[in-house]
Design a protein around this ligand. Structure first.
Ligand SMILES: [Mn+2]
Length: 252
């Protein structure tokens, strides 16, 4: 994995460290959670990917989060859904077709909203993509430039998981899409915080949206299943120290 996909931040300069994930086009949940937390410019928020698709307000969510990154200490990581949009700019026909088949399968998508808002007929072809890429350059550039792994002195953050702690050995696709991080046998030296898999699947209880924690291998799963699970929630966690089990939860 190349260096541009990895980011380190020093969190000592901030009052509080927050993390959330899988907002999936429902920014009003994030807005409410941040209000409940009393999030300020002295705090930092890390968003572990999948900011768009599945929800009702994908363009508004993207713009809300872009604004947050300009006005607050907010770091957004790439999720597999966000990544798909970087393929819109690809010269490769295979990658473009991969994107188009994804867009076709996801009717509540940023893609369909972009067509609607631009007054372009919703079609899944290269010509339509080209029009959208020029009309939504800033939005697509933002999604394309997101880092994949963020490290602090106390945590790793990534959308789906890491295979070990050697950052440069990671496969980007695996970081964004692995569904079996729970079975990765590596014991992390500090907690690895991820979204991607709704926690109810790990709890084996479809109504349980509380974060799932593996204290032995130091993994913290936080995706409350907003938009993907009945009764799903957005989990915003305040991490007061490196012992992730001490988190305080705001669930909306
Ligand atoms: Mn995901």
């Amino acid at each position: 994995m190349d260096k541009s996909k990895y980011k380190y931040i020093d969190t000592k300069e901030y009052d509080r460290v927050f993390v959330t994930s899988d907002i999936q086009g429902e920014y009003t949940h994030l807005k409410r959670a941040l209000e409940k937390a009393g999030f300020t410019k002295q705090d930092v928020l890390i968003i572990c990917g999948d900011i768009v698709d599945k929800g009702r307000s994908n363009i508004d969510t993207l713009n809300y989060i872009r604004r947050l990154t300009e006005e607050y200490n907010v770091y957004v990581l790439m999720g597999n859904r966000d990544y798909m949009y970087s393929l819109m700019k690809s010269e490769s026909e295979r990658e473009l077709n991969f994107f188009l088949s994804y867009a076709k399968k996801n009717p509540n998508s940023l893609y369909s909203e972009m067509c609607l808002k631009a007054g372009v007929e919703l079609k899944y072809d290269a010509k339509t993509v080209k029009i959208l890429v020029s009309q939504y350059k800033n939005e697509i550039d933002f999604l394309s430039s997101l880092p994949v792994i963020l490290e602090t002195d106390d945590f790793y953050f990534v959308h789906a998981g890491l295979k070990n702690e050697n950052i440069y050995e990671q496969d980007i696709n695996a970081c964004l899409t692995m569904r079996d991080f729970i079975s990765v046998e590596h014991t992390f030296s500090k907690y690895c915080v991820v979204g991607h898999v709704p926690v109810c699947n790990l709890h084996n209880d479809m109504s349980d949206v509380l974060p799932y924690i593996d204290t032995q291998r130091r993994k913290l799963f936080i995706d409350g299943g907003l938009t993907t699970v009945n009764g799903g929630k957005l989990n915003l966690l305040y991490l007061p120290d490196r012992n992730a089990e001490n988190y305080e939860l705001i669930s909306v």
